[in-house]
Design a protein around this ligand. Structure first.
Ligand code: CO
Length: 143
C-alpha cells in the first residue's frame, strides 16, 4: 500500500431504472433538470444510459437492455429502480486496480471502457459498506 493513491472527485451517482424515458421525465418534471443527454446503448455492458447533468455532478440513469444485463437482477429486486453505484474519478485505473488489490478489496472484472469513454472498474459492495463503487479515469477535457 502506498500513500500515493486516493480517489478524486465524485463523478456521478448511478441509478438503475426500469424505464429510462420515464426516469428522464421524472428528473425533468419533478426536479426541473434541463440538461439531460440523449440515451445511448452500451451493448457489451447490456445497458442503455443517459446522464442528468448537474452543476457539480451527474446522475447516470441505467436501464437494462435485456435479461442478460447485469442490471436485470437489480431491477428484479428493485422494480421501481434504485441507487446502484457511486463513481469516483482516479488518475490511473491500472494504479487503482493494483492498490485496490493490495488493500484487500475485490475488484470486479478487468478495466474496461465505461459510459464516459474512459477506463473503469467496479469494487465489490462488501468492501465499502454495501455500496458498489465505480472508479473511472478522469475524462480528458471535452468529454
Ligand atoms: Co457509472
Amino acid at each position: 500500500m502506498t500513500d500515493a493513491f486516493k480517489i478524486g472527485p465524485l463523478n456521478h451517482v448511478g441509478v438503475a431504472v426500469p424505464d429510462l424515458q420515464a426516469a428522464m421525465e421524472t428528473y425533468r418534471s419533478l426536479y426541473g433538470a434541463t440538461d439531460i443527454t440523449t440515451p445511448f446503448d452500451m451493448p457489451k455492458q447490456g445497458v442503455k444510459v443517459c446522464f442528468v447533468n448537474l452543476p457539480n455532478s451527474q446522475i447516470e440513469l441505467i436501464e437494462p437492455l435485456n435479461e442478460d444485463s447485469p442490471i436485470h437482477d437489480f431491477i428484479q429486486k428493485n422494480p421501481k429502480g434504485g441507487q446502484h453505484h457511486v463513481c469516483f474519478e482516479v488518475d490511473d485505473i491500472h494504479q487503482a486496480v493494483t492498490e485496490m488489490n493490495a488493500r484487500g478489496a475485490t475488484v470486479l472484472g478487468e478495466p474496461r471502457i465505461g459510459a464516459h469513454g474512459t477506463l473503469i472498474i467496479f469494487v465489490h459492495p462488501k468492501d465499502s459498506n454495501g455500496v458498489l463503487i465505480e472508479l473511472m479515469e478522469t475524462p480528458k477535457a471535452g468529454h
